[in-house]
Design a protein around this ligand. Structure first.
Ligand SMILES: Cc1cc2nc3c(=O)[nH]c(=O)nc-3n(C[C@H](O)[C@H](O)[C@H](O)COP(=O)(O)OP(=O)(O)OC[C@H]3O[C@@H](n4cnc5c(N)ncnc54)[C@H](O)[C@@H]3O)c2cc1C
Length: 391
């Protein structure tokens, strides 16, 4: 039997998060947009509230103090938080999924303090010369005695300026891979927990970004940063596999926030079409306006179904990288189409800062780039179909 209904607990989570966003986050959006900065006091109070509501670390397992929620529930929460600006939504922090694989001392020094809200994490993979091609990275970690010596640079690292540490992906050697008919030397990648107070680590300002005001990005520099052996996550050389494992659920969260913003843009457009009059009648009477509204509603319904099915498959333990890639691809591209069409429906006012539409339109642009570009999602999907056929 297929059942699309939410459980009572999921319904309660949705309503609670919706109310939190509406009453305590949305009122701060305009100031955030104008100042491009989140006041630290506001960040602290929203974080405190999110902890009271059980939203903080709701994605991590219960045995380490997290919420232990299933993937469908986490997706529903992401969708509610996704209605508002990312910098505000991130005050209800959902730490990196990969932290669930911490072991031993890593749990005590990093995972547990993160779940308690005492430390904050970010992820450092991308470099100026290595974006989509993770294995092209130059940042390296060399084994020296009982320690690792890290050298190199990362850029575009979200929220590093308000974080205490990063999960760093660095090259730990080279190995030869059999790629169909040729042998290709490729970097071995490993993941490390690097504290920003470690000597040799610098968190430098990043770039000014058109999307997501108040949500910073930074440059990280590692100059002979020496970290102990126990900070490596999993076996040496396992980083690429870990990225692929943890990026799937992360891509679902990106998709969920996109659907939330598409719904918000659509609501504004629908309301405008039903009230704005030109040539003596409501503009919604013109098919040039009403048919795109029908298309938008249809795309949003499709996106919601994809979110639900992918989250459900994660809970069943049979989600594939292609499922997550398709969901991220469709939902991020759908948001761009809907933000653009919603803006067109509203006309000139859509571009003005008086409405959140221009922001939703601007913010939408990055979603097709980070956490794997649309081209990389298409690569994952097509590879999944062609490789079994020997192509
Ligand atoms: C605001 C922002 C925040 C970010 N936050 C983080 C973060 O916290 N941590 C982190 O590690 N990274 C972060 N990133 C990096 C992000 O994940 C990368 O930007 C993304 O992976 C693409 O890399 P790139 O920008 O270097 O583009 P490139 O990889 O150089 O790609 C350029 C173009 O070539 C295309 N392309 C590349 N390879 C292929 C291929 N094989 N086939 C077809 N087309 C291809 C791409 O799709 C793209 O269109 C962030 C990026 C931004 C913009």
């Amino acid at each position: 039997m297929i059942d699309f209904s939410l459980t009572d607990e999921q319904q309660m989570l949705v309503e609670m998060t919706h109310e939190f966003v509406e009453k305590e986050m949305l009122p701060h959006e305009e100031t955030l947009e104008r100042t491009d900065a989140l006041p630290p006091d506001l960040a602290t109070s929203l974080k405190k509230r999110s902890m009271e509501l059980g939203l903080h670390a709701c994605n991590l397992p219960e045995d380490v103090g997290g919420g232990g929620l299933d993937a469908v529930s986490v997706m529903l929460i992401e969708k509610e938080l996704g209605r508002t600006s990312l910098a505000l939504a991130e005050c209800a922090h959902r730490p990196l999924n990969i932290l669930a694989s911490c072991e031993g001392e890593q749990v005590i020094q990093f995972l547990e303090p993160t779940v308690r809200g005492e430390k904050r994490d970010c992820i450092a993979m991308t470099e100026p010369g290595a974006g989509s091609d993770l294995r092209g990275m130059k940042c390296k970690a060399e084994r020296v005695g009982d320690d690792w010596l890290i050298n190199g640079e990362k850029h575009f690292i979200s929220q590093a300026s308000v974080s205490d540490y990063c999960v760093l992906f660095a090259a730990t050697g080279t190995e030869v891979f059999e790629d169909q008919t040729v042998s290709v030397p490729k970097k071995r990648i490993s993941a490390f927990l690097v504290d920003f107070s470690d000597p040799g680590v610098e968190v430098a300002p990043g770039y000014k970004n058109v999307s997501h005001r108040g949500y910073t990005n930074n440059i990280l520099r590692f100059d002979n940063a020496r970290i102990p052996q126990w900070r490596i996550m999993g076996p040496e050389g396992d980083g690429f596999r870990q990225v692929n494992q943890w990026l799937g659920p992360t891509r679902l969260t990106v998709a969920a926030t996109c659907v939330a913003r598409a719904e918000r843009a659509f609501e504004i457009a629908l309301n405008y079409a039903s009230t704005r009059e030109q040539f003596g009648q409501k503009i919604g009477k013109y098919q040039g306006i009403s048919f795109p509204l029908a298309d938008m509603a249809t795309e949003i319904k499709m996106a919601n179904l994809m979110l639900l099915e992918t989250a459900w498959k994660i809970d069943q333990g049979n989600v594939t990288p292609e499922d997550c890639a398709m969901t991220k691809l469709f939902c991020t591209e759908m948001l761009s189409r809907i933000a653009d069409q919603a803006l067109q429906t509203v006309g000139g006012m859509g571009l003005m800062e008086d409405l959140p539409l221009e922001r939703i339109w601007r913010d939408a642009r990055v979603e097709r780039i980070w956490d794997g570009t649309s081209e990389i999602q298409r690569h994952i999907i097509s590879r999944g179909m062609l490789r079994p056929l020997g192509s």
